[in-house]
Design a protein around this ligand. Structure first.
Ligand code: AHR
Length: 327
């Protein structure tokens, strides 16, 4: 595929996932090489609108920066990500970047990259490794802080409401850093009001479909509908809204809904009053990743952690903001 193409590399013409896409770039002055930097990127999947926007941002930024990008979609499999990283090492790419599906189990493959002398950029999600020299920099959001922001919104929303307040939680992929950290940040924040209790929590894999089925299950099992839903991403919140409406309830009114990401679809729902607050998580990391890759190739030292700026939005602001959403 040519450098300028903006087609989503995780989707074929028929709409099914394709695992590998190579995007070549015209020669430019990237780094000191005298040829385009070759970047191997292992994307973890295409489970959400956030993820698709993230992939597109990386692809477009690589073309813009004149880099040659090999992008592998691991479809939620850590094994496939490890295979992809090993293939990047074998083909001697200049820089490896990856968004790890789960937190644990990365040490051996990162050691292989280090032994081969290939710098690694960690992006989007964190990894659990003892030796932080195994990657050069981590570019991605502070998920714990996102959970704190969601909790603070709820404390404010419920400030005049006597307890008990029953909360259900749609968590993301088990073992993934956004799910672990958002859940923890939220819990730590609402702990100051013990009458706010999480009565049910289950993983829904960051997808619309699972968000809908798991929420329907919560509503079936609870005698009284919960007063609050905290969804770890917008896709699950949107699926849950369908389940709530099918159960004859009003999302955003009977059940306060707080979500994370800030997709255009979530903003549209927020403008209709069906979501009450969205904590922003920025997927447009492509330019930062390319900048980091260039600086690494120029021998510069990078900060160990680079986080994009992010906001919190409420239903009151949604109608004004919806047209500004870029993903
Ligand atoms: O790692 C980021 C999370 O993964 C996003 O919040 C979610 O939508 C995605 O699938």
């Amino acid at each position: 595929m040519s450098a300028g193409s903006s087609r989503d590399p995780t989707a074929s013409a028929a709409g099914t996932a394709v695992p590998r896409e190579i995007q070549t770039a015209p020669p430019d002055d990237s780094g000191k090489l005298g040829r385009p930097i070759v970047l191997g990127f292992s994307q973890l999947g295409s489970e959400s609108d956030w993820r698709r926007a993230n992939t597109k941002s990386i692809q477009e930024a690589a073309a813009e920066a004149g880099m040659t990008l090999t992008l592998e979609n691991a479809e939620q499999s850590q094994e496939k990500q490890i295979e992809a990283i090993r293939s990047f090492i074998k083909s001697k790419v200049d820089v490896i970047a990856f968004a790890p599906v789960i937190q644990s189990g990365w040490e051996p493959i990162l050691k292989e990259a280090k032994q081969a002398g290939i710098p690694v950029i960690l992006t989007d999600r964190a990894v659990d490794v003892q030796d932080s020299s195994l990657y050069v920099t981590f570019i991605g959001s502070d998920f714990y802080e996102e959970g704190v922001k969601a909790g603070k919104y709820l404390l404010d929303k419920m400030r005049d409401k006597p307890g008990p307040v029953r909360i259900v939680e749609l968590a993301g992929t088990v073992g993934s850093s956004p799910s672990i950290d958002r859940g923890q940040g939220f819990r730590d924040t609402i702990a100051s009001r013990p009458e706010l209790t999480i009565v049910r929590s289950a993983p829904a894999d960051f997808t619309f479909e699972k968000g809908k089925t798991v929420m329907a299950d919560f509503l079936r099992k609870e005698k009284e509908p919960p007063q609050v839903l905290f969804a770890h991403n917008d896709d699950m919140a949107l699926g849950a809204i369908e389940a709530i409406e099918e159960a004859g309830l009003k999302p955003g009114k009977d059940i306060v809904i707080i979500s994370v990401d800030g997709t255009r679809k979530a903003f549209e729902m927020m403008a209709k009053g069906k979501i009450n607050s969205v904590v922003e998580c920025n997927p447009l990391l492509g330019p930062m990743i390319m900048q980091a890759a260039k600086e690494i190739m120029q021998g510069r030292t990078l900060p160990k952690r680079i986080a994009p700026p992010e906001s919190v939005f409420t239903e009151e602001m949604a109608a004004k903001e919806v047209d500004n959403r870029k993903y």
